[in-house]
Write a protein of this length. Structure first.
Lengths: 154, 167
């Protein structure tokens, strides 16, 4: 039995995820975690361009998006998805976790960031926070750039 | 190559293998190499461009890759060329991504490119001014090699900021 309580949407439905990573291996790893959290995979993509098309097709509740990918990188894909779908919930999942990257992704509309290798318990807390849609809720500990912390507190 | 460029790779490899394999990696050997790098097994190359430029190679045997893939999947994974390539690329992504994050925190700015599998028999040359560091890491699944060849292109942001103004 999973150690995690099933994550549900506000409408009490199973959460549907779009998993975007150029590594099949990384996608499998994330899908394994999604299953642990009681979620469902709405679609997969290996680059930013395909991610946009998959988002429009599958309308997922949450997108897990890598940053460094061929054709179109994750941050540009976030910008283009959020331009069309302002309420898209996108969590960046990348091994490159430096502040400019995190800040750029958040400024383009991503909701959170998790660094690889991903720990299931960390991703679970981030997803719980992102699904709550409550800016006042205390988010999970993540190293946010000082600029963003200032923006959030003002 | 200076220690400030090397240490982040050692720290990142230790962190990634500790987390992924639930056991720390030990440095079995560390050498400098001016010759072209010849892969030992399946090698993923990641290019770095910016304040520091160069490339990093993560190299391991197919047998070790399958053992690591099984460990990561939590179940026995059947050996195949695709599994081996995927494992090597993802490990390279994680180790090098975490390393450049640490270097970025030190003030260096650069871009990392997606990993490419290096299959040629001939070696990867280091440039004249870039000798490579070869790091052999002992993990519970077997040896993993890191070959790091980088050089400074620009001073890092923090050094540029404190540079004296010449009028």
């Amino acid at each position: 039995m999973s150690q995690f309580a099933t994550l549900l949407t506000k409408e009490n439905k199973i959460v549907r995820y779009l998993v975007v990573d150029d590594s099949v291996f990384a996608r499998k790893n994330l899908i394994k975690m999604i299953e642990l959290f009681g979620g469902e995979v709405a679609g997969e993509a290996g680059d930013g361009l395909t991610a946009i098309a998959e988002f429009n097709r599958s309308k997922p509740d949450v997108v897990l998006m890598d940053i460094t990918m061929p054709q179109m990188e994750g941050i540009e894909a976030v910008e283009r998805i959020v331009r069309q779908h302002a309420h898209a919930r996108i969590v960046m999942v990348s091994s490159v976790g430096y502040q400019e990257n995190i800040l750029a992704a958040l400024q383009k509309g991503a909701k959170h960031f998790v660094q690889k290798p991903v720990k299931a318990e960390v991703l679970y807390e981030i997803l719980r926070y992102v699904l709550s849609d409550d800016p006042a809720a205390s988010g999970p500990a993540v190293r946010l750039p000082a600029v963003l912390v200032e923006e959030q507190s003002s | 190559m200076r220690m400030e460029l090397i240490q982040p790779f050692i720290d990142a490899a230790d962190a990634v293998f500790s987390e992924s394999l639930q056991a720390p990696a030990q440095i079995a050997d560390l050498t400098m190499d001016e010759n072209a790098y010849r892969r030992k097994g399946v090698a993923a190359v990641i290019a770095i461009k910016g304040d520091i430029e160069g490339r990093v190679v993560l190299d391991l045997s197919p047998e070790v890759a399958v053992k690591i893939a099984s460990q990561l999947a939590g179940t026995e994974v059947a050996a195949s060329e695709q599994v081996v390539r995927e494992t090597v690329c993802e490990l390279a992504n994680m180790v090098i991504g975490n390393s450049v994050t640490l270097l970025n925190d030190q003030g260096f700015r650069f871009k990392v490119f997606p990993p490419e599998i290096h299959t040629r028999e001939e070696g990867l040359a280091s440039t004249v001014d870039t000798e490579a560091l070869v790091l052999c890491l002992e993990t519970p699944c077997g040896d993993v090699f890191l070959n790091i060849a980088m050089h400074y292109l620009k001073r890092r942001t923090r050094d540029r900021d404190i540079a004296p103004v010449v009028s």
